[in-house]
Design a protein around this ligand. Structure first.
Ligand SMILES: NC(=O)c1ccc[n+]([C@@H]2O[C@H](COP(=O)([O-])OP(=O)(O)OC[C@H]3O[C@@H](n4cnc5c(N)ncnc54)[C@H](O)[C@@H]3O)[C@@H](O)[C@H]2O)c1
Length: 433
């Protein structure tokens, strides 16, 4: 279902009328295209306080020229701030430039992990989070603001590259923690997944199809898994992407074994995307609607993850990306089953991530989509759909490709220091933290 309001506000009379009426002003986001692989403009690198990070080589890899006139990307290194007085530098650095940041531009604030032994440092660093989220809500014109907490610049290379690219158009107001693990840079940054095999569940349509497409574009060999009833669509997607289809109901008790058998050479990237909704208020919800949602969205994710890790099918350096949802973070009326299943994904990620990395060399993260334009959301009643689209800082719904690009960053070989994160792809939804 096309977003007609967004098209209308893109015309001169539409802009005039909606401005006069004080209505939301969504800006058409500049996403990746072969003609426009990078942001439209240069990069401004600022520092608040004294920093020990050597960012220059990492920022050079974004390919963005430096620009202090109308930058498309601003990186503010605030890792050295240790007290409230130091926050003055944040204002001093960004106040003069915020107006000139290009439409659909990016501001990335770099912070340090909170120091448990220094509450002044912790207060100042946590302040950056409130700052980032507030600036994201007010900046407008399709511009995004995110915070990355890091200690080591090379470990955050893939993350900065993603946040300073068109791929992160619908990611705003996020706080991402990057560890200090040594990471391997790919030989070719434009096809970082070359030589890797990725299995995507629920990939016959919607977000899963976009994930398969994007991972294939990044060089991966894709396996398109979906229920046997969707086999024809799964084959069509696989053929288009030069991959293979795997018709399988992920809730089958032996799904993990069957995936392992279908991939005797092993697997590098496992994307748990398959999901269903069976909405009803709890008072009207029969047990089967509860169970089926918990089965598809959570139990099967736990079972197949356990089976594929135990069988050694997921190779070292592997990546697991599961799909949570803002409904699991903020809650949603009529979705106690769905909200429970998606919050369960967050629990799984947080607990398994450190162990999977230590024992198997595999990272575990999740994407948490907000309102994404798919068949699932096209079925939502008109007024609720309109509210879902507008109630975020970018005043529009996301596209499947936005979730796919975020997944590709988490699956990147150089993202080995990004682990245990739940990254929302929600245009900074007003719902939830
Ligand atoms: N669309 C949104 O706004 C949104 C928001 C938050 C989260 N999500 C999540 O993103 C994921 C994809 O959503 P979508 O909008 O593309 O949904 P969709 O309904 O368009 O696609 C889901 C796919 O999963 C497949 N699937 C369902 N049960 C399966 C099973 N048992 N085994 C194998 N495959 C199965 C379906 O056949 C379908 O192809 C889901 O996990 C969903 O909960 C979507």
């Amino acid at each position: 279902m096309a977003d007609r309001y967004l098209s209308f506000t893109g015309t001169a009379p539409g802009r005039f009328l909606t401005r006069r009426l004080g209505l939301p002003q969504p800006a058409a986001l500049k996403r990746w295209s072969p003609e426009r692989p990078d942001l439209d403009g240069g990069l401004l690198h600022l520092t608040a306080g004294k920093s020990d990070l050597d960012l220059a080589p990492v920022l050079a890899r974004t390919g963005l020229p430096s620009d202090d006139g109308h930058p498309a990307a601003v990186v503010l290194d605030a890792t050295g701030i240790r007290d409230v007085e130091g926050l003055t530098d944040v204002h001093a650095a960004l106040h003069p430039v915020v107006r000139s940041v290009a439409a659909s531009g990016r501001i990335v604030v770099l912070g340090a992990p909170l120091d448990p032994a220094d509450h002044h440092q912790a207060a100042a660093q946590q302040a950056l989070e409130g700052f980032t989220r507030s600036l994201g809500k007010e900046i407008g014109r399709g511009r995004t603001v995110n915070l990355v907490r890091l200690t080591d610049a090379p470990a955050a290379g893939s993350t900065l590259r993603f946040l300073l690219s068109p791929g992160s158009a619908y990611v705003s107001g996020q706080v991402i923690e990057v560890g200090a693990q040594q990471v391997t840079a790919p030989a070719d940054w434009t096809r970082p997944l070359a030589g890797r095999t990725a299995l995507i569940t629920g990939a016959a349509r919607g977000i899963g199809e976009a994930v398969a497409e994007t991972l294939a574009r990044h060089g991966a060999e894709v396996v398109v898994l979906d229920v046997p009833q969707a086999e024809a669509d799964a084959r069509r997607v696989a053929e288009r992407l030069g991959g293979t289809a795997l018709p399988l109901d992920i809730t089958a008790a032996d799904a993990g074994t069957r995936i392992a058998e279908a991939l005797p050479e092993g697997l590098d990237i496992l994307i748990h995307n398959a999901g269903i909704t069976r909405d009803r208020r709890l008072v009207n919800m029969p047990a089967d609607r509860w169970t089926s949602v918990l089965e598809v969205n959570l139990a099967s994710v736990l079972r197949t993850t356990d089976a594929l890790l135990a069988a050694g099918t997921l190779r070292r350096g592997g990546r697991i990306v599961a799909t949570a949802s803002i409904a699991g973070i903020a809650g949603n009326a009529g979705q106690t089953n769905y909200g429970a299943s998606k919050a369960g994904i967050t629990g799984l990620v947080r607990s398994l991530a450190p162990r999977a990395l230590a024992d198997h060399g595999v990272t575990v993260n999740a994407v948490a989509p907000g309102f994404i334009e798919t068949k699932m959301t096209a079925a939502v009643p008109l007024f609720i759909r309109e509210a879902g689209r507008r109630m975020n800082s970018l005043a529009q719904g996301g596209l499947p490709v936005d979730v796919a690009e975020t997944t590709a960053w988490l699956a990147h070989p150089a993202s080995g220091a990004v682990n245990g994160q739940v990254v929302r792809v929600c245009g900074q939804s007003l719902l939830g933290a």
